[in-house]
Design a protein around this ligand. Structure first.
Ligand SMILES: Cc1cc2nc3c(=O)[nH]c(=O)nc-3n(C[C@H](O)[C@H](O)[C@H](O)COP(=O)(O)OP(=O)(O)OC[C@H]3O[C@@H](n4cnc5c(N)ncnc54)[C@H](O)[C@@H]3O)c2cc1C
Length: 415
């Protein structure tokens, strides 16, 4: 960008999903002039409402990010459900080998927290609106991006409004218009599976346990939610997902009971069901001059270990760290060295997580008895081998490796 030019904003974030809305709060906190473009504003639940169907299991690292930004408070926390125990087993074999993770084993109160996606979005946007520090261009749909010869990014919205920024961040989800408009391709595959989600209730007392059984078509999982119910994520073939969606409630509950072998008690009620296509997809690159992608716009992973939103929040922390250290050197947020530092920090973790989820999906989808026997032995071994189990827990909690400052625990904020 030529010296002396001052665009309207330092950063325009396109998409106020969990990643984009959190990013905007973090950018404001480091003093950047920020705008957010979003066409669909959240419709969050209010106190007393039943849990919404779309939830995310947040790792400790993600929770630290929200704590450091002052977002881990109010209704979000009141309705966050701690996961004290995870019980995972292989459904393809009669002896059903299993692995159990307990927070107490590692001296923690929770392995993860289940939060409602819409509540996080709403909390972040409310914080931005209250502070008046960021401009919320919403509802508005981005339709065009151009990079001027001086390096300034010009964005145009469907309603004809336009603005200029030093950096455009595409946090606009799996179909990312920013990625498409920037001519960045993707690679990966569709799983030919759908994730069926619903809030369900069983007749057993809530225990803070998350249950997951691996079936040949995909895992069926129950995550505890704040009112004693569970959020169901059932990954299965599109035909089965369609059949599940059409079943009368009682038959659906019975089929779920059978799939879970009654582990969580008898399922007595199921709320409305929704289905989402599942992919393993990565952008061919996630930065170019004046542009960065993060969250699902950059990478989509199978939800079997609940990592998608966590990856997006770690992207947020890494991008903010790269912009902040660039600013100390006098670099603008859209300059390539700044963005490449962000991309380098996230590359291996995002890739490894996607490949691991893909590997689990393949291994547990295998019908070959030898593979089934081997994976049963693997689960049993991991359950007994403490160093390996500890490694798996630390990894799932996002506490492994070098974390960007925003994802580290601030001692005065832990609760
Ligand atoms: C069934 C299922 C279960 C899951 N469970 C978990 C879990 O337990 N834990 C976990 O960590 N992850 C989980 N995930 C993954 C997680 O939901 C996603 O990774 C996360 O929601 C992605 O957030 P995002 O902000 O990157 O994108 P999105 O949530 O897709 O947000 C993108 C935003 O961009 C906006 N937008 C798009 N185009 C435009 C435009 N042209 N102009 C303006 N705005 C635009 C959209 O309206 C949207 O608000 C699950 C996913 C599925 C499918």
């Amino acid at each position: 960008m030529s010296a002396g030019m001052r665009p309207d904003y330092d950063v325009v974030v396109v998409g106020a999903g969990m990643a984009g809305a959190t990013l905007a709060c973090a950018l404001v906190d480091i003093g950047l002039r920020t705008a957010v473009i979003e066409y669909s504003l959240p419709s969050p639940p209010v106190a007393g409402d039943p849990p919404t169907a779309r939830v995310a299991t947040l790792s400790a690292a993600s929770r630290h990010i929200l704590q450091n930004l002052g977002l881990w408070q109010g209704l979000l926390v009141e309705r966050a459900a701690p996961v004290a125990r995870m019980d995972v087993w292989d459904g393809a074999r009669d002896e059903g080998q299993r692995i159990v993770f307990e927070a107490a084993e590692i001296g923690q109160p929770a392995l993860a927290h289940v939060i409602e996606n819409e509540l996080l979005r709403a909390s972040a946007l409310a914080r931005l609106e209250k502070s008046g520090a960021a401009e919320l261009l919403a509802p508005a749909r981005l339709t065009q991006i151009e990079r001027a010869p001086d390096g300034v990014m010009q964005l145009t919205m469907e309603d004809g409004r336009s603005c200029k920024a030093a950096l455009v961040v595409g946090a606009d989800g799996p179909a990312s218009p920013v990625r498409r408009l920037a001519g960045i391709g993707t690679h990966g595959r569709a799983y030919e599976r759908r994730g069926v989600v619903a809030t369900v209730y069983s007749d057993a007392s809530p225990s803070g346990t998350a249950w997951q059984r691996f079936l040949t078509d995909g895992p069926v999982a129950l995550l505890p939610v704040h009112d004693g119910g569970y959020s169901l994520v059932w990954s299965t073939t599109p035909a089965h997902a369609e059949r599940l969606a059409a079943l009368p409630e009682r038959n659906f509950c019975d089929e779920l009971d059978a799939a879970l072998e009654g582990a969580a008690g008898r399922i007595r009620h199921a709320g409305p069901r929704q289905g989402f296509p599942l992919h393993f997809r990565r952008a061919d690159r996630c930065v170019s001059p004046g542009l960065a992608l993060l969250g699902d716009a950059a990478h989509v992973v199978h939800p079997l270990a609940g990592q998608g939103a966590n990856l997006g929040l770690l992207d947020v922390a890494a991008l903010v760290a790269a912009i902040d250290s660039g600013a100390r050197r006098g670099d603008q947020p859209g300059e390539l060295p700044v963005l490449e530092a962000y991309a380098r920090t996230r590359e291996s973790h995002n890739l490894l997580t996607g490949l691991t989820m893909d590997g689990f999906h393949r291994v547990f989808g295998h019908q070959n008895p030898a593979v089934q026997w081997l994976r049963g032995q693997g689960l049993a071994l991991a359950d007994r081998a403490w160093p390996l189990k500890h490694h798996l827990i630390a990894r799932a909690m996002g506490l492994q490796g070098e974390l960007p400052p925003l994802a580290r625990m601030a001692a005065d904020k832990e609760r």
